[in-house]
Design a protein around this ligand. Sequence first.
Ligand SMILES: Cc1cc2nc3c(=O)[nH]c(=O)nc-3n(C[C@H](O)[C@H](O)[C@H](O)COP(=O)(O)OP(=O)(O)OC[C@H]3O[C@@H](n4cnc5c(N)ncnc54)[C@H](O)[C@@H]3O)c2cc1C
Length: 443
Amino acid sequence: MKSRRKFIKSSLLGLTALTFPNMIKVHANQDYDVVIIGAGAAGLAATEELIKSGKKVICLEASNRIGGRALTDNQIFGEPYDLGALWLDNGNTNPFKLFGEKNSNFNLYKERSEEMYALYSGQKRISNDGEIWKVFDGIEAGIAKSRKDISPSEVVPYQDHRWFDTMHMIIGAWEMGKDFTNYSCKDFNYDYEIPESAPWHCKEGFGSLVVDMFKNIPVQLNTKVSKIDWSGSGVKVLTDKGEIKANKCILTVSTGVLASDQIKFTPNLPTEKQESFSKISMGHYNRLTFKFKKLFKKKAKDTYLYYRVDSQNAKSPEGLGITINPSESKLCMCDPGGDFGKELLKSGEQASLDFGMSELRKIFGNKIDKDLIKSHAVDWSSNPLFLGAWASAEPGAFEYRKILRSSVGDRIYFAGEATSKEWGTVAGAHNSGVLVANKVINI
Ligand SMILES: Cc1cc2nc3c(=O)[nH]c(=O)nc-3n(C[C@H](O)[C@H](O)[C@H](O)COP(=O)(O)OP(=O)(O)OC[C@H]3O[C@@H](n4cnc5c(N)ncnc54)[C@H](O)[C@@H]3O)c2cc1C
């Protein structure tokens, strides 16, 4: 997700109807080579890789679907609607893009690089206010120049500028899911593979693409892991459906889930390892989506709407990152992030949607009310299976990335977006799953 800044600068397939041909049942006392925990992009890729190598594996997923934070719904608005991941980064190497373009069920296209912004100050459309980009570039350069493991709030310029709150919201909450006090400049700059190209879009939804790519991978759904006992030579994984014994396990749940203690370890994991779960902490990025009769009909697909946010230098600016007509859907996605986005969704779906509408009214006036057809809010922050959107290092915690990636006792392995060099992305999660599966295979 973070990579959106790179290109800015240079310029359910039936959620409820999933079927899995090879559904596994949990058999207590049955032995496996590897248990994979979580069926998001990382867990699915790891499972596939291990199956290919002939390992006996089981992939356990707490929810009733695969895909994790990549989720397309087709019912709510009667058309593909991504509740989570939307942009496909790194088109040249992204495994989902490479799969999708060879598959006639999916239409993929690269994002155009021009005229992709609509800029507003109040109700006034600004054709191009050089000041906005000056502030944007200045803040980015400030973070890039800082080689330190400190927060952007300590280094970024223009903190009194009238466009500061907007750019704080964009370079903070919208790109990182975090405000300027909550992430490390070093983490933002290093240890990250720079995308090769502008992002790609999948008209049928990124979530649908993930599900389709892994539709033949066996997954044990509705099976929540609560404990991992690694006191013996292998692991005993306790679930709400029984206990599973295996030689090794791969955990792909978010760092939010790991830090929440929902999965207990016997014996305890080393202290540093435990600390890494909360030091590489989850950012918050939620979604309020609106469908209008007429509004935005004439806007080009995948337009980003930037408007002046005035939060008087608040620690967490109160604004939204807005995407209009993603893949010509006529939807308007308003994404609140950072601490503000987390708290907003806690106030409930209706209150969150009311805030979204009030921000849109500031730009388009009250006339939009009668034009509204339907709206929907999704709260990833409160969902116990995720507890946030994607992870990044807290200021001063950059070194914990390595610790998070390391295995414990040669039998507990960690994959998932937060462990990847392309963290915060679906492709990164996938690649981490393949990498860790190969480590396990080669031991
Ligand atoms: C709103 C939003 C927008 C985003 N936008 C983009 C984007 O545009 N582009 C992009 O590339 N990325 C984006 N991301 C990030 C991307 O979605 C994630 O990086 C990626 O999907 C994470 O995959 P994963 O396999 O690491 O984890 P997950 O997808 O979280 O998979 C982990 C799985 O573990 C399961 N689980 C949790 N607890 C347990 C348990 N106790 N037992 C068993 N199973 C459990 C969960 O249900 C989940 O299915 C976005 C994320 C969000 C939330």
